[in-house]
Design a binder for this molecule. Structure first.
Ligand SMILES: Cc1ncc(COP(=O)(O)O)c(C=O)c1O
Length: 377
């Protein structure tokens, strides 16, 4: 926890769960990406945390932006970035949204099939498109496989189709899976990308750009390699597969940009057991759960570090759950979470590294609970 977050929380009475985001950490993370991948442009994945202060800071630092919707595009424009710094990176778009993005000045779009190319050729004539290829997400704690991308062989046809329809076939993208803890995972995807570049060149189409996606991790409970290791592994893989003709590259970090900048303070609402048996597991219910912003605990994928005022005391395995009347609102049960035996109802807990993929997942009013409050400092 940063001193700034600590001081802020010390001065606040806990009413309900709150996410505090420290902009100094976001600034440091942006600097670390720029340093680790000096020839690569950063397109911040807005979906990770679209808080206006975060977008304004990144716009001022010179970042570009990966947007998933017209609403995100508008948020980025309001933050002061120009449309030429925006990519509409969602492969699933309504044609009228493509038209609106184009009207706003955006001319870079993701596709992964001919049907999407056709929409773009009608709604954004002459725009640049990049084709996303499938990645199995191996090694990632939050894989983004299957739903997005096409097989590399098909990407060549998709890009050729774009070219024939008057679009600029600009490049290839992939996402190695979010919270990807293995920097070597970019190698296989870059091998596919370079094969697509070669095949397109044989068809007279000269691609320019590889979008290396996101996937850069945040430190949760397990150790992660530093961003420098990712930069080195990616550069090595680029050299291996593209030789001296390196393409233009971009990255789209979301989690790695804002994850460790945020911390949620929550309250223990109830601690109970399901029977009086001595070895019965304790259930700890917080005032935040899956519908309050901790959606990435789905399948217990992301395990957040949790700190309490009792750290150092003996710990016991607990089932950790949220406050709503929905039995899906259980955070950790398959692998119970170790919490201090002295933890009590009414205690505050700190859920670390929650700057990414929390606020925007929090439901507006499920069970009457308000969306997660956010403060940016
Ligand atoms: C197209 C695209 N780019 C980038 C990201 C950000 O990924 P990460 O948070 O793993 O950096 C995502 C995440 O869903 C995405 O869909």
């Amino acid at each position: 926890m940063t001193d700034r977050i600590k001081n802020f929380l010390a001065s606040r009475r806990h009413e309900g769960p709150i996410l505090v985001v420290d902009l100094d950490v976001v600034r440091e993370n942006y600097g670390a990406f720029a340093k680790a991948l000096p020839d690569t442009r950063v397109f911040y994945a807005v979906k990770a945390n679209p808080q206006p202060e975060v977008l304004r800071l990144l716009a001022d630092l010179g970042s570009c932006f990966d947007c998933a919707s017209v609403a995100e595009i508008r948020q980025v424009l309001s933050a002061g970035a120009t449309a030429d710094r925006i990519s509409f990176g969602n492969t699933i778009k309504k044609e009228r949204d493509v038209a609106e993005a184009y009207r706003l000045g955006v001319d870079l779009f993701a596709v992964d099939c001919r049907e999407e190319v056709e929409k773009i050729s009608r709604a954004a004539p002459g725009a640049r498109v990049f084709c996303r290829i499938l990645c199995d997400g191996a090694g990632a704690e939050w894989p983004l496989s299957r739903k997005f991308g096409c097989v590399p062989e098909m990407a060549v046809d998709v890009l050729e189709h774009a070219h024939r329809l008057g679009l600029t076939a600009h490049g290839v993208s992939f996402h190695v899976g979010s919270q990807q803890r293995d920097p070597a995972m970019w190698d296989g995807a870059l091998a596919s990308a370079s094969a697509i570049f070669r095949e397109c060149a044989e068809r007279g189409i000269h691609l320019a750009m590889v979008n290396l996606g996101g996937g850069f991790p945040t430190r949760y409970l397990k150790e992660i390699p530093g961003v420098k290791s990712y930069g080195a592994a990616i550069f090595e893989a680029l050299r291996k597969h593209f030789g001296n003709r390196l393409p233009e590259t971009i990255i789209e970090p979301g989690r790695g940009m804002v994850g460790n900048a945020g911390m949620i303070q929550a309250e223990v609402v109830l601690i109970s057991k399901k029977s009086d048996a001595v070895d019965e597991t304790r259930w700890v219910y917080l005032d935040i759960g899956k519908f309050g912003g901790l959606a990435e605990t789905m399948d217990e994928a992301i395990r957040y570090p949790i700190r309490t005022a009792h750290d150092g005391a003996e710990k016991v395995p607990c089932v950790l759950a949220g406050p709503t009347c929905d039995s899906a609102d259980v955070l950790y049960e398959k692998e119970p979470y170790l919490l201090p035996v002295s933890l009590e109802i009414g205690d505050l807990v700190l859920i670390e590294a929650t700057g990414a993929y929390t606020t925007t997942y929090s439901a507006a009013g499920f069970n009457g609970f308000p969306p997660l409050e956010t403060v940016v400092i």
